[in-house]
Design a binder for this molecule. Structure first.
Ligand code: T5A
Length: 230
């Protein structure tokens, strides 16, 4: 059976990385992993991210997020770098894993490009859609969890960590436009994108995500929902 691509999206500091790790652990603790593996539906669960899910992607991520280049990065150059990272990720990693029945949890994917480069930078949305098609070869997520959090709260969380990367340093109006982008995407694609309230404490956000994942596993694999242990 083909694997599934589950994507976590949202503004800076919305808690994607935290929840991705929690979901990975919950998959084991809840018994879903042993059930789906025993039935042969899923081989393994892996986590990955964009940018930076491949060796090439790690280099591209450095170019995109570190402040090491003296000249300002132009928006279309930025767009193409994200696309290059994605093309490598899809062809070199995601697609082969999906062919091996892997369940993939991915930190950001195509919606980030629409939200950041489209709504944030103001690049034409049709152009971004074309480029996303080229970079993905048509691979869409099976489920996107949108961790909805206002931009200020997310930025405050990232500031507590200390250093800010190149994109986190953009002015707050940029981050408001990004949030607007995610909001509109969720309205446009309700079948694919599921809304998660990311403002409560971590454990409550995790419970919302676990409920969605349990429901999706039942739907995708036709197995009875089991009682979550944690
Ligand atoms: N980008 C990416 C584009 O512009 N276009 C694209 O096409 C793509 C793919 C990626 C950057 O690239 C941009 C978007 C980004 O700017 P990144 O480092 O991956 O860079 O940036 P983020 O994805 O934003 O990662 P962050 O680590 O900054 O945010 P997360 O993962 O959402 O948040 P997380 O889990 O690290 O949590 C942040 C802090 O908040 C705390 C955590 O402990 C942590 O300290 N926290 C909570 N605090 C209170 N309540 C909760 N519920 C909390 N959950 C987490």
């Amino acid at each position: 059976m083909r694997g599934k691509l589950i994507v976590f999206e949202g503004v800076e500091g919305c808690g994607k990385t935290t929840q991705l790790k929690r979901s990975q652990q919950w998959f084991i603790d809840s018994g879903w992993q042993s059930l789906l593996q025993a039935k042969g539906y899923v081989s393994q669960l892996i986590t990955t991210r964009e940018p930076g899910g491949t060796d090439l992607g790690v280099k591209v991520r450095q170019l995109l997020l570190e402040q090491s280049i003296a000249e300002a990065m132009q928006s279309r150059a930025e767009l193409l770098l994200y696309a290059a990272d994605r093309a490598q990720h899809v062809d070199g990693y995601l697609t082969p894993q999906l062919h091996q029945s892997t369940l993939i949890l991915c930190d950001r994917y195509t919606d980030s490009t629409i939200a950041y480069q489209g709504y944030g930078r103001g690049i034409d949305l049709k152009l971004i859609s074309q480029l996303n098609d080229i970079a993905t070869g048509g691979l869409e997520s099976d489920l996107t969890l949108w961790l909805d959090l206002d931009a200020e709260t997310g930025l405050a969380r990232t500031r507590q960590r200390g250093t800010l990367d190149r994109i986190e340093q953009a002015d707050v109006s940029f981050h408001h436009r990004v949030q607007q982008g995610f909001t509109e995407l969720a309205q446009r694609y309700p079948q694919r994108i599921t809304h998660i309230d990311a403002s409560p404490p971590e454990t409550e956000v995790a419970e919302q995500i676990q409920a969605v994942l349990s429901q999706k596993f039942s739907e995708w694999y036709g197995v009875e929902r089991i009682k979550d242990k944690g």
